[in-house]
Design a protein around this ligand. Structure first.
Ligand code: CA
Length: 234
């Protein structure tokens, strides 16, 4: 079952990185390794891990600022690993959104127990989210978040993965304007080019698929120079 779970390890010390990697691999977790904060942030965005183990003392940036950057866009569980034993570092890491804290040196059973706990909490949260995942309905358009299904007047509309993510985010926030930047960051991660072109191309494709007349949208409206807004539910 662990085969499905991806864990990103951001740790510059080779021995500790190898130790963690071998413990996790033995438990059949998928392991992604990063040596620097930057590498970790970029892998977090591109590989979407289920959990992150983060060393606080990294060569290129402070682990606390890595937490900050991650929390701008993801709620993935973060367990901080650090040699620092000062209470204030723990408090600050937790304050900044880390889920747990483990102090070096630690053994494999402690590490695995912390990981299981963090994953259990996060899957509980996902379940809560799923329970509130009732479909969106507006003027013949239905978006079933759980089944990844979009229907117009009962007929299924095929969207690509990113198109579906854009439509879902808009539908979950229907009636509100979502800024271009927020959409771009949500779909392509925080380090994507801050350029609206790719979003506009996606939106043109989405409209071509879901709008009866893409030139006069009734589901997704453009707020010129600001962002997009999805029609409120019926
Ligand atoms: Ca270190």
């Amino acid at each position: 079952m662990n085969q499905m779970i991806k864990i990103l390890v951001i740790e510059d010390e080779k021995n500790i990185r190898n130790f963690i990697a071998s413990v996790l691999t033995a438990q059949k977790y998928q392991v992604i390794l990063a040596v620097t904060g930057r590498e970790g942030l970029s892998l977090a965005a591109s590989r979407c891990p289920d959990l992150i183990l983060l060393d606080l003392g990294l060569p290129d940036m402070d682990g606390l600022s890595v937490i900050d950057r991650l929390r701008e866009w993801t709620s993935v569980p973060i367990i901080v690993i650090s040699a620092r034993i000062q209470e204030e570092d723990k408090v600050q890491a937790l304050d900044q959104g880390a889920d747990d804290y483990i102090t070096k040196p630690f053994g494999n059973s402690e590490l695995l127990a912390r990981i299981r706990t963090a994953l259990r909490h996060s899957s509980q949260m996902q379940t809560d989210v799923l329970l509130s995942n009732r479909p969106y309905h507006s003027g013949g358009l239905t978006i079933d978040f759980e089944k990844h299904l979009v229907l117009r007047d009962g007929a299924e509309i095929h969207l690509t993965q990113n198109e579906f993510r854009i439509v879902s985010l808009l539908a979950r926030n229907c009636g509100k304007v979502l800024l271009y930047d927020r959409l771009i960051e949500h779909i392509w991660g925080p380090y994507s080019e801050n350029d609206n072109t790719i979003l506009r191309v996606h939106m043109a494709n989405i409209r071509r698929k879901i709008e009866p007349n893409p030139a006069e949208p009734i589901y997704i409206f453009t707020e010129i120079g600001v962002g997009y807004r999805m029609a409120e539910e019926d």
